[in-house]
Design a protein around this ligand. Structure first.
Ligand code: GAR
Length: 174
């Protein structure tokens, strides 16, 4: 299976995927796409010999579809991709787009809920557990069918960064 990984930032989940997908794995990362030319994960991809491309307009479905077709992509993985994927791309790749989100969806998801904002909202709510979710992507942020989840405790005195680090380790395993 030919996989495109979409990123907006440092790419630690991309790194975890590349570490897991050895030469005999049934899936191979053939493309890394970013909406930001400064995303750290692009360097990671290039160092691994994987084509790393920057979308000039992340809302332009034809640009997405052209790039995905050029690399014969079967599956899209959103690993810290913070833009909405255009609807025609979702329709073309129906049930073939995965996302990882740093909370136990459906709690603490939706527009604007990414990175430390998620962890801050969890701490403010008084929740005693949080975690990470892998789900299928449909037209609504963070709503698609859940495929996998794992939980961690929220500890007294946690800062958003503390909770984020604990969850990020879990994300890499998921
Ligand atoms: C991860 O924590 C991921 O769950 C989150 O962005 C981070 C990316 O880190 N995604 C979202 O919040 C999506 N709503 P990474 O670039 O180190 O993989």
């Amino acid at each position: 299976m030919r996989v495109a990984v979409c990123i907006s930032g440092r790419g630690s989940n991309l790194r975890a995927l590349l570490a897991e997908l050895g030469p005999d794995a049934p899936a191979r990362v053939v493309l890394v796409l970013s909406n930001r030319s400064t995303a750290g994960g692009l360097e990671l991809a290039r160092a691994a010999g994987i084509p790393a491309e920057v979308l000039s307009d992340a809302s332009d479905a034809s640009e997405w579809l052209g790039r995905l077709r050029a690399h014969q992509v079967d599956l899209l993985v959103l690993a810290g991709f913070l833009k909405l994927v255009p609807a025609p791309v979702i329709a073309t790749f129906r049930d073939r787009i995965l996302n990882i989100h740093p909370s136990l969806l459906p709690a603490f998801g939706g527009p604007g809920m990414y990175g430390e904002r998620v962890h801050r909202a969890v701490l403010e709510s008084g929740a005693t557990v949080s975690g990470a979710t892998v789900h299928l992507v449909d037209e609504v942020y963070d709503r698609g069918r859940i495929l996998a989840q794992a939980a961690v405790p929220v500890r007294p005195g946690d800062t958003p960064a503390d909770l984020g680090h604990r969850i990020l380790e879990l994300e890499h395993r998921l």
